[in-house]
Design a binder for this molecule. Sequence first.
Ligand code: PLP
Length: 376
Amino acid sequence: VKQEGRSALAFLVPAIREAEQQGLLRVRTPPGGERLLCFCSNDYLNLAGRNAPHAACGAGSSRLVSGDRPVHGQLEEAAAALVGQESSLVFTSGYAANVGALSALMGAGDLIVSDERNHASIIDGARLSRARVKVAPHLEAEAVEQALREGGYRRALVATESYFSMDAETPDLRALRAICNAHNAIFYVDEAHALGVLGPEGRGLCADAGVLPDVAVGTFGKAFGAAGAFVSGCAPLATWLWNRARSFVFSTGLAPMVAAAALSGIECAGREPVRRETARLRADQLRKRLEALGIRPRGSGHIIPWIIGDPSAAVEAAAALASRGIDVRAIRPPSVERGTARLRFTVGAAHTESDIDKAAEAVAWALGRGLSCAAG
Ligand SMILES: Cc1ncc(COP(=O)(O)O)c(C=O)c1O
């Protein structure tokens, strides 16, 4: 993958140097462990290390204080390797990752161009940063270019998801990368719903497009079956976030037990490609079955949005399917645009062919009972 656009984060190097000269830079120190008697943990009842099979239960404090454990570093290495980046930093959730990273990177006088359907955590991070935010129409690379071309900012950042969780759609990542390069903008991609499932060896849709974002976000709470998230990029990015991402600095480190589970999730996903293949196969099967019933699910892949339109009809449809043993939830405004309430099927490796049959039969039954739906 050609490593372009890196210079957009070049401002971090002098900023880090300045913090260092002022004696304000926090760097990772090895945990005191057995060598030192810890007087800086918040593990007041000594419960964090109890009885967990692979690792301590709780970190006990922020990782900048005494909460850093080897498993955090191992997870960070594995996450960076997964997305082909130099380094990464682990957060306690995807929400914390986006809010922390965006507000640490951008500030007053900067511009964030954000796809209108970006996740709430991207929207909140952008707001918190105090940068000016321009919302670009969904998937419209030309509008992103236009927003950058207008200028009037110190630094710019383009934020998008790689696989939109409500629409199962993917932006033109190559076009966005090229636009960011042309305007020296930071290319920020959240791969929350793609990693583990989509792209070569489940390494996401940036890898699939042969694109390296400046900042890549991934979560461990979705395909990897644990909790937490990471932000990846060049080494100065991780140093900067370690110092400036407030949701990281001022929060107890990811529970080591959960970090171990996330690491094992990444390893397992890599070792057992059959999980990914099954998820894809079953998703294709369900999409085809729905299409055969006259439904046109949006997008592609393992998230299958069936646009119903009216919110009450979507709730009724979910209830009808539940009565046939299928649990799929109605997604309504404000989570999605008005008039696009939907059922959102998510298909995974646990589904068997007969599960797909059962889901398709339940949908056919609901349609037979006069369930009305938009064109799809
Ligand atoms: C694109 C995206 N980013 C971030 C998140 C938040 O992740 P977490 O659930 O780990 O907070 C989500 C959750 O659905 C998401 O869809």
